[in-house]
Write a protein that binds this ligand. Structure first.
Ligand code: CUA
Length: 329
């Protein structure tokens, strides 16, 4: 619709430079959404302009008490016009939106899905993201890798309360509802790291339920995926080894899994390749040895309300754990 006026490319350039991610799409679906936004925005601005013009005209023309506007109470023509036009505008906008929604939905939303339904499964937890690649068996958390230019069908689920999966530059939001399987397409046309967030209020740390999507060329993606399915590397050095024994003997292993060890729990992020990820605690802090130490010292100080308690670790235990976890490349 915008192309007809030759406006499209100029508007796109303007919006992309606005530094608002949602207006700088990197996938066909996100592009479609932005186009809808621009169309609706322009129509609403036109309505605002007409209404403002009418109000200003009335204020100026009838500012004197001596001038009385023409009275047309009961005019059928006026009533038909101001009922029909808004109704047509609302109908038009609904049809455009409905067409768009049908074009970007990945699969009929359903209670149970068949095997092979999804390229990627993302489960929302309070307050982190479990990420599974069913075909390869890879499991990670808070960081999704995808190959550029390929459309992945993502199944979204929730482990506790309702969350919502949203990567503004890559597509629409999709609710993650306990007991339901919803689907959404995930695709990126250019390499980059895209921020994702939970967009449904889900408790104290809703704001810090973030993740990133790393879109990379197919060979890099394949290399990343084949590394993720490997078991965790064996601890290198006495400190890391002590850290591993501590990890497996203490409550850590009740919630976290580390591939290739006896830790297989699924209540908290899988740590098999923790050190390969760029952020901790679903985006709160970068994944550096210092931040990991601060996190283990007292998770509640960094992310109040999160499910990981303060274990009051002493300095020795902290060093050993950090040495072990930093080795989980
Ligand atoms: Cu999860 Cu908001």
């Amino acid at each position: 619709m915008l192309n007809a006026f030759g406006l499209s490319s100029r508007i796109n350039t303007l919006l992309a430079s606005s530094a608002v991610p949602v207006l700088d799409p990197a996938s066909p679906n996100a592009e479609t959404l932005r186009h809808l936004f621009v169309v609706v925005f322009l129509i609403c601005m036109a309505i605002l302009a007409v209404v403002t013009a009418l109000i200003v005209t009335s204020l100026v023309r009838f500012r004197s008490r001596d001038v009385t506007p023409k009275q047309d109470f009961g005019s059928h023509r006026s009533e038909v016009i101001w009922t029909l036009f808004p109704a047509l505008i609302v109908l038009g906008l609904s049809l455009v939106s409905a067409k768009l929604i049908l074009s970007i939905i990945a699969l009929p939303q359903r209670e149970v899905s068949e095997p092979g339904d999804a390229d990627l499964v993302v489960v929302g937890h309070q307050w982190w993201w479990e990420v599974r690649y069913p075909a390869s068996g890879a499991v990670t958390a808070n960081e999704i890798h995808i190959p550029i230019g390929r459309k992945l069908r993502v199944r979204v689920e929730a482990a506790d309360v309702i969350h919502s999966f949203w990567v503004p530059q890559l597509g629409p939001k999709m609710d993650m509802i306990p007991g339901r399987h919803n689907f959404v397409w995930l695709q990126a046309d250019r390499a980059g790291t895209y921020e994702g967030a939970c967009s449904e209020f889900c408790g104290a740390q809703h704001a810090w339920m973030r993740f990133i999507v790393v879109a990379e060329p197919e060979p890099q993606y394949t290399a990343w995926l084949s590394h993720q399915v490997q078991p965790a590397p064996a601890p290198a050095g006495a400190t890391a080894l002590a850290g591993q024994s501590f990890f497996l003997a203490q409550t850590c292993a009740n919630c976290h899994a580390v591939g290739g060890t006896s830790a297989v729990a699924n209540a908290a992020p899988d740590l098999t390749h923790l050190a390969s990820r760029s952020q901790l605690a679903a985006g709160v802090v970068p994944n550096t040895p210092d931040d990991l130490t601060r996190w283990l010292q007292d998770p509640q100080r960094i992310k109040p309300g999160c499910q990981m308690p303060n274990f009051n670790l002493n300095e020795n235990q902290l060093n050993q754990l950090v040495a072990y976890l930093e080795g989980l490349q």
